[in-house]
Design a protein around this ligand. Structure first.
Ligand SMILES: Nc1ncnc2c1ncn2[C@@H]1O[C@H](COP(=O)(O)OP(=O)(O)OP(=O)(O)O)[C@@H](O)[C@H]1O
Ligand SMILES: [Mg+2]
Length: 336
């Protein structure tokens, strides 16, 4: 069995005695996993990551990282982890290389090793050529990559990424995704990331915890989460609508078809693992002598999963514009 790198037990954070930001959460992250925390604005993602990274003290509960207690052994925990914060935290007036050097000194990495490691991490995030340019000339995606490089300086086993692609354009987002995947596979780094982008969680994460109002409402792999919703829909359009009734009989006898609704010349079949059922459905139609004009497959998205567990859509809570604005304002306030 794979080893748990992160174990979280009843972890809780209450701010100002009343705000339950994180409310008795439990989960484990296995060695080598990319684990996602998906939730809307204010769900408790940053608070959880901050407690695991020993920046905030839990009100109740505990966690271990690589077997070390976050409350009793914070220094050891810090040596095992790298963190990329949600808010930009680079010095714009330094070059990329200087930012890394500054960080390495803070971590007391010896001079020879420092130089070698800076070269390595710059290479890992494809910033070697831009390393000696001032960070203020970097694009948003480049800044994010530099922050990831900085999180890797001291060879962490676990990397926390708090909203790694917030506010980035789709192309830069994809580039960050491939870097994250590479670090995970080639450097064998276990990654826990938070996001409110469903596509991101879906694309990157082996498992996802859906967090809402400080509680984990569901935790599983993306496919299983979607399957829990009751199934995919196969849309079957026969060439001649008048022959629809020939199909009803054969379909009704099958236990793997959960629901059949023939409407407007199309059969809607609710099944699990729709892509695997399509060939069977087509074979049945052929046997019944019904020619099929087109087949479609609607799979539930993580947005549907979120709706199922919380009664709301994640998109309603927070559009991209709103989150970009928030990041911009934070960056501005920081500079003042
Ligand atoms: N220092 C603090 N003092 C008081 N309340 C706080 C503090 N930090 C966070 N909170 C509150 O705790 C809750 C969780 O906040 P948190 O930042 O963890 O959410 P999040 O999921 O990271 O949200 P976002 O997507 O906006 O980053 C929110 O209600 C927030 O207002
Ligand atoms: Mg946050």
């Amino acid at each position: 069995m794979a080893k748990n790198v992160i174990e979280v037990r009843n972890l809780t954070k209450v701010f100002d005695k009343t705000i339950k930001a994180v409310d008795h959460i439990n989960f484990e992250v296995e060695q080598g996993e990319i684990f996602g925390f998906l939730g809307p604005n204010g769900a408790g993602k940053t608070t959880t990551i901050s407690m695991l990274a020993t920046i905030l003290k839990p009100t109740e509960g505990n966690a271990t990282i690589c077997g070390h207690d976050i409350i009793k052994e914070p220094d050891t925990v810090r040596r095992c982890i790298g963190i990329v914060f949600q808010d930009p935290s680079l010095d714009d007036r330094l070059t990329g290389r200087e930012n890394l050097d500054f960080h390495a000194r803070l971590y007391r990495i010896q001079r020879d090793l420092r130089k070698k490691r800076i070269t390595e991490v710059l290479e890992l995030v494809n910033l070697t050529e831009q390393a000696d340019r001032l960070v203020e000339t970097y694009s948003g995606g480049m800044k994010r990559r530099l922050e990831i490089a900085r999180g890797l300086m001291h060879y962490p086993h676990v990397l926390f990424l708090d909203e790694p692609t917030i506010g980035l354009d789709p192309q830069s987002r994809r580039a960050i995704w491939s870097h994250i995947e590479r670090l995970n596979k080639e450097e064998d780094i276990t990654i826990m990331l938070s996001t409110h982008y469903m596509e991101e969680a879906d694309h990157l994460c082996a498992r996802i915890a859906i967090i809402d109002h400080g509680q984990i409402v569901a935790c599983n792999n993306p496919m299983a989460l979607k399957d829990e919703l009751g199934g995919d829909i196969i849309l079957l359009r026969p060439v001649n609508g008048t022959l629809m009734e020939h199909l009803l009989g054969p379909f009704q006898g099958l236990e793997w078809i959960r629901k059949i609704s023939p409407t407007d010349g199309i059969f809607n079949l609710v099944v699990d693992q729709g892509e695997k059922r399509i060939p069977q459905v087509l074979a049945i139609a052929k046997n019944a002598g019904v020619e099929i004009a087109s087949v479609g497959l609607n799979k539930p998205t993580l947005d549907d999963v979120f709706l199922h567990f919380t009664g709301r859509r994640i998109r309603e809570e927070r559009g991209d514009r709103a989150s970009m604005f928030k990041t911009m304002m934070r960056a501005r306030n920081r500079r003042r």
